[in-house]
Design a protein around this ligand. Structure first.
Ligand code: MRU
Length: 382
């Protein structure tokens, strides 16, 4: 991965920050480890560069990981010079690379979901033509569509979420929300999921203030969400993760909105470590707790959150400053447990905001996500 220092090229789209800069045959990823102090883009030439960028947190956030992985392989196949082989061979070349990309980070399902869909596309193309070029072309177009679709999906999440929350907090004209980790433009192709809802509330003029947690140990909140909120001129306050309970007790939060890395079919949700604590605190203080995520974050193959594999990251993220990138700050020799995500049980979640609407509890006080997906299958985005 080569770097391009202080590039301003493509930093903004529609006045939002852009982490993925793509043109056919070329991909640059904003190095999120360097934000907010430096704006550096890394040039991604192939699936290996994509895998490393995801593993090393150059790009992070469930939707952005999926799109960056898909596009890293699109760039590789666009620039293939001397591929000789049949369409079946091209399809298996792509399938192997997709499997490799999925191994970069295990918890977010969006990447595995994208790989399954892209594999179907290339198998179909291989069945329809003997030319490898037809398979590569079909792959590139499908990967590019994912980039485009994600922004539309996030805008729909923002719109449904803002209207729903406004209706449910009808007693308050203006209100404040708390969010965790980074779910904004940097974590997606643009606009964001939970942060997209916050942006939509702000655009409607009903947002008093957004509170964002630091999100230790990698500080996605203080480095990335705070950066996005300032960039968008949204009234915002940063808090330490450990200040959330006190903030709720003070009555300063009307709702909590977070993103998701994987939602099981019963609604149990894996998201950034610390999400579960926030849900417990919100429940105690009778504050509604919402998850905002595209349908690609739902994994109907899992009956509950107990089946979700939680990624454990390097002890260095806790032992050293700047999420492991800076100097040592913890005592030498101490053992570390560093799960990157936790699972919030469905019974602590008031609603799951998707691009097709908000999934709420049934009369039996449970989420019926399968039913929601079936009923909204033909619905186009708002
Ligand atoms: O480890 P990260 O930074 O990839 O974790 C990101 C999160 O947990 C986000 O909340 C989630 O991926 C949703 S992003 C729209």
């Amino acid at each position: 991965m080569a770097s391009e220092s202080n590039s301003r090229n493509g930093v903004q789209v529609d006045n939002t920050l852009q982490s993925i800069c793509y043109n056919r045959g070329s991909l640059k990823l904003l190095d999120q480890r360097k934000l907010p102090l430096e704006t550096i883009y890394l040039v991604i030439q192939d699936a290996t560069d994509g895998w490393n960028a995801i593993r090393d947190m150059v790009v992070r956030g469930a939707p952005a990981i999926a799109i960056a992985a898909a596009l890293s392989l699109a760039v590789e196949v666009s620039n293939l010079k001397d591929f000789s082989g049949t369409s079946d061979y091209a399809a298996s070349f792509i399938s192997i690379k997709l499997e490799y990309l999925v191994s970069s980070r295990p918890t977010a399902v969006n990447l595995a979901d994208a790989a399954t869909k892209l594999r179907e596309v290339v198998l179909k193309a291989a069945a329809a033509s003997t030319e490898s070029e037809a398979v590569f072309q079909a792959y590139i177009e499908a990967a590019e569509l994912m980039l485009k679709d994600d922004v539309a999906s996030n805008k729909a999440i923002g719109s449904y979420g803002a209207s729903f929350i406004q209706q449910h907090l009808e007693n308050s004209k203006r209100f404040s929300v708390l969010t965790h980790c980074n779910t904004g433009s940097l974590a997606t192709a643009g606009y964001g999921t939970a942060l997209g809802v916050i942006r939509a509330l702000h655009a409607k003029g009903v947002l008093e203030r957004a509170y964002c947690t630091e999100t230790r140990p990698f500080n996605q909140g203080s480095r990335l969400t705070a950066f996005e909120l300032v960039h968008e001129n949204i009234p915002a306050t940063l808090i330490a993760d450990s200040a959330a309970a006190a903030l709720m007790k003070d009555g300063r939060v009307s709702a909590v909105i977070v993103g998701a890395d994987r939602v099981a079919s019963n609604g149990d949700t894996a998201n950034k470590i610390g999400t579960y604590s926030l849900a417990l605190c919100a429940n105690y203080h009778k504050i509604p707790f919402y998850v905002a995520a595209p349908l690609t974050s739902i994994d109907l193959s899992l009956s509950s959150g107990e089946e979700i594999i939680i990624e454990e990251r390097s002890p260095k993220e806790l032992l050293n400053s700047r999420g492991g990138l800076g100097e040592q700050i913890a005592a030498s020799g101490i053992c570390v447990w560093n799960p990157a995500f936790d699972v919030t049980p469905a019974n602590l979640i008031a609603g799951i905001i998707t691009e097709k609407g908000v999934i709420t509890r049934t009369a039996a006080d449970a989420f019926d996500i399968q039913d929601f997906i079936e009923k909204t299958a033909t619905l186009s985005l708002a």
